[in-house]
Design a protein around this ligand. Structure first.
Ligand code: ARG
Ligand code: ZN
Length: 870
């Protein structure tokens, strides 16, 4: 049941060409597959002549080899696949299967979303459509014929170019699609339904005209502009920055409501979770726009980093995902504000990847084993993988990195390769040795760095001693020293930068010497988060304040504020636990911190989006990561108390900020306007936090008068925790306005699940029977159930265990519907080691209950058992 990286063997048989014919029907879809097979010339001795294909959850109608139908004793078929004997080195196999799209609630393979047929084949969904060697190193050209009802499926799509289409008997019609690029089965896609289409075009650098189409449910045509614009900008950016051009005459995107993940890069037919396509000012927030931009770019970029060059096996997933995340992060940085983008990416990494790396599910960027590959589409493979690529970029410089990229695509176009192949291209193009840097692929856990500065006035020398340590993770008791670039700034008293240099840390402990330093400098360490690590060293508060105001590295200005706030809150949390719950008393005098916050707020040289970020306190989840045991109530109270003090002390300033940043102009989603709205929302949040009732009224008024979703949600987000009548009013209004709009209603469910009000769990239970809610839709599950566990620590970790109990029931229920989503939602229960004995016992009991479920899926079993064991 455990698959190991070291067990990789090349496929015994390859497939040249695949011809598929779909007879679409919601209940029983018939699939004919014709495979042109050749024995793999490089196959090892002893590969034998047994052919084995993957296949699950479908009916085998017939199989024929070289046009001769096999008798039942000539093949064997079980729950996981089909085996038969090869007649020779090259042969043709015909397989006919039947699948049931409408009962496919796992949303892998061929399924129905709203009224349309669609597919999701990554990682191993193709085997739920037909028997096939469903592994990424088997690449074939596909010709796909789709037959379907004309009235319900006027639109028929697959990968590549439309070769033919026409009418059939019985009110049916057909389309034939040909994809000239060989691809693995996970990149196959099919869509059929009654969809509206928005069309545009792009001229590539070499003059190819590409038709761009976005398909959505009827009525959503006016919500595609931003996705389309993002697509065109992505295409241009990839040409300019990577020299990579699109390779077909057509690029299609389809938005569907039921989707397990964010989106999928199927060759020339990207399929998206509708949430990451649909946007207009009154339905989408600035954050939605940002996500749409980055996910559209991400999937587009996969055309090269993923499709033209793909993964040899799924252990190499980060080869395409880490690289593509790095590419989309850089795209967003170029489109918007670079420092603000970096802050967001790091905040994400810390909130999602660091906890993963420090918990029972820790695994390397290139894992060594898995039970279910879908469980490894993780923050580690994606985001930490992107940090690894970023470190290569830092190390080699933009030009050296680009040389490596050019060589990589040159060498491996059309191939399925490994992370080692990628690193080798980087090495060969630059004549460097990346052996030690590559340990980031294999070693799990977040390194922790400490540093100490020593100034020698006589020698005018500053010595910086840096040490690194990585704690053991499951299966990896001993850790090696990693190679990482650390960007360092040394600042003089007057704020002037004395040194800006990137040093290479390769040892467990290492000294770096800076010459010609005329005064004791203030250190700005790990600028731009050049290495994805924790810093254990606490800088004195006055140095942090100094950096907040003077560092030329905007990231570290933000970081210094985060560190200061974290230090204050952690101290207060400890005090709170001793003083029996007086949060204000525990905080003590925080005037210095708030004074520094005021300076940031009022510094008009800083852009507004940056100021908004810099004024946000580290979240409850982040704080609980720093505490053992974590006390959710203490964390919640202390953070709120600090917010209240900031709101109270800076009331006048925030009120000014609020009123100065009202905009009457029509909504535009650009970064500048978004920054203005974000800063205003931050001000409103603090004003309400001050406890002064007039500001809750102000929030209620903002909700009522809002002419865009960003302002509406900002108001609702603060009202959400209050007893103010404006809350109920706003929620009722929201439901009335958007009740029919499934993507928008996710926000409404999510808000209520995240409320800190005492009645939240009861409300969440009620909402499960709301007509718009269904356990079958992953977005709904994530916004109501997922948000409760992941964004409402106070209620999820309620001392009486009510949160865990409710949640466990949902996991068990969901596992029968959609194991992939159930497994993903299980992770919060795995954090039991971070909590007090009582909570830990309850969380372990919850995991035991999950594990005792009859017929538990492999997906959920893997996460629950690993979480329970560690
Ligand atoms: N390759 C997709 C992306 O990164 C993710 C699809 C993963 N889907 C899954 N079921 N594991 O954009
Ligand atoms: Zn991806």
């Amino acid at each position: 049941q455990v698959i190991r990286r070291e067990d990789y063997t090349a496929p015994a048989f390859l497939i040249d060409k695949v011809e598929l014919v779909f007879d679409l029907d919601r209940d029983v879809t018939n699939v004919k597959s014709r495979l042109f097979i050749i024995a793999n010339p490089v196959r090892g001795t002893g590969a034998g002549n047994e052919v084995s294909f993957d296949g699950e959850d479908m009916k085998l109608v017939s199989i024929a080899i070289d046009d001769r139908k096999l008798g039942v004793d000539e093949y064997s078929v079980d729950k996981t696949g089909l085996t038969f004997t090869a007649p020779g080195e090259t042969f043709v196999v015909d397989i006919e299967t039947q699948v049931s799209p409408v009962t496919n609630t796992r949303l892998e393979g061929l399924y129905v979303s709203q009224s349309a047929f669609c597919t999701q084949c990554e990682a191993e969904g193709f085997r739920r459509i037909t028997y096939f060697p469903d592994r990424p190193d088997v690449m074939a050209t596909f010709t796909v014929t789709i037959n379907a009802d004309k009235a319900t499926c006027p639109v028929l799509l697959s990968n590549g170019n439309l070769a033919k289409s026409g009418d059939l008997d019985g009110n049916r019609h057909f389309a034939v699609w040909e994809d000239p690029f060989p691809k693995p089965s996970y990149l196959f896609a099919l869509v059929a339904g009654d969809l509206a289409c928005v069309e545009d075009s792009f001229k590539t650098v070499s003059g190819r005209d590409v038709a761009l189409r976005i398909f959505v449910e009827h009525g959503n045509e006016d919500r595609c502009d931003y996705a389309m614009d993002s697509l065109k900008r992505s295409m241009k950016w990839d040409e300019e920055v990577y020299g990579l051009e699109y390779d077909l005459d057509l690029f299609n995107i389809v938005a569907v409501s039921d989707f397990n993940m964010g989106a999928m890069e199927n060759k020339s037919l990207n399929i998206f979770n509708a949430k990451y396509i649909l946007a207009k000012p009154d339905t989408a927030t600035d954050m939605d726009y940002e996500l749409i931009e980055s996910i559209v770019a991400h999937e587009y970029f996969h055309n090269w980093s993923g499709n033209r060059v793909t993964c040899r096996d799924w252990f190499q997933l980060s080869l395409k995902e880490g690289l593509t995340v790095f590419r989309d992060q850089e795209f967003s940085a170029d489109q918007r504000s670079r420092p603000v983008q970096r802050i967001k990416d790091v905040a994400q990494l810390r909130a999602r990847q660091f906890p993963e790396d420090g918990g029972p599910l820790a695994h390397p960027v290139r894992p060594d084993s898995y039970m279910e590959i879908n469980n490894f589409y993780t923050a580690t493979v994606y985001e930490k993988g992107a940090e690894l690529i970023r470190m290569m970029h830092t190390l080699l410089g933009a030009d050296g990195y680009r040389k490596g990229i050019d060589l990589y695509f040159d060498r491996h176009d059309g191939q399925a390769v490994t992370c080692d192949d990628f690193a080798k291209a980087m090495e060969d193009a630059n004549d460097v040795d990346l052996t030690q840097l590559k340990r980031w692929y294999s070693q799990a856990g977040t390194p922790s760095l400490s540093w100490k500065g020593d100034y020698d006035a006589d020698a005018k020398q500053f010595r910086l001693t840096v040490s690194q340590k990585t704690a053991p993770t499951p299966g990896q008791p001993d850790k090696f020293a990693l190679h990482m670039p650390i960007a360092i700034g040394l600042l003089g008293k007057d704020g002037k930068e004395l040194v800006s240099r990137t040093v290479q840390l390769t040892e467990n402990e290492q000294e770096f010497v800076f010459d010609n330093i005329n005064e004791t400098p203030v250190v700005s360490f790990n600028r731009g988060f050049s290495a994805p690590v924790n810093i254990a060293t606490q800088q004195p508060h006055d140095e942090l304040v100094f950096l907040m105001g003077n560092d030329s590295d905007a990231f570290n200005r933000w970081e210094s504020a985060q560190k200061y706030a974290t230090a204050l809150m952690l101290a207060a949390i400890e005090e709170f636990e001793k003083n029996d719950g007086d949060a204000d008393g525990a905080l003590g005098d925080v005037t210095d911190f708030i004074t520094a916050m005021r300076a940031t707020l009022q510094n008009d040289d800083l852009d507004k989006a940056f100021r908004a970020d810099a004024l946000v306190l580290p979240g409850e989840e982040f704080l609980s990561e720093q505490r053992k045991p974590a006390n959710p109530e203490a964390i919640h109270q202390v953070r709120n108390a600090l917010r209240k003090q900031i709101g109270t002390m800076l009331k006048a300033e925030f009120a000014d900020t609020y009123h100065q940043n009202v905009s009457n102009a029509a909504f535009t989603p650009d970064a500048q306007s978004a920054g203005q709205r974000a800063l205003r929302a931050t001000a409103l949040g603090y004003l309400v936090a001050s406890g002064d009732a007039q500001f809750a009224d102000l929030a209620a008024a903002q909700y009522r008068n809002a002419n865009n979703m960003t302002d509406r949600m900002a108001a609702l987000a603060v009202l959400n925790h209050l007893d103010h009548p404006g809350r109920a009013e706003a929620l009722a209004d929201f439901e009335e306005r958007f009740g029919k709009d499934t993507v928008v209603m996710d926000k409404w469910f999510g808000l209520q699940a995240m409320s800190s009000r005492d009645d939240t769990l009861a409300r969440v239970k009620d909402l499960m029977s709301h007509p718009s809610f269904t356990m079958r839709n992953p977005n709904k599950v994530r916004s109501l159930i997922g948000a409760f566990a992941m964004a409402n620590p106070r209620h999820f970790h309620a001392a009486d265990g009510s949160g865990y109990e409710f949640y466990t029931d949902r996991l068990i229920e969901l596992d029968d519907i959609n194991p992939q989503v159930a497994a993903r939602l299980c992770a919060p229960l795995g954090k039991w080691a971070k909590y007090d004995d009582d909570r830990a016992a309850k969380m372990k009991a919850a995991l035991d209950r999950v594990l005792a479920k009859p017929e538990i899926s492999r997906d959920l079993y893997e996460i629950a058992s690993k979480s329970r064991a560690a």
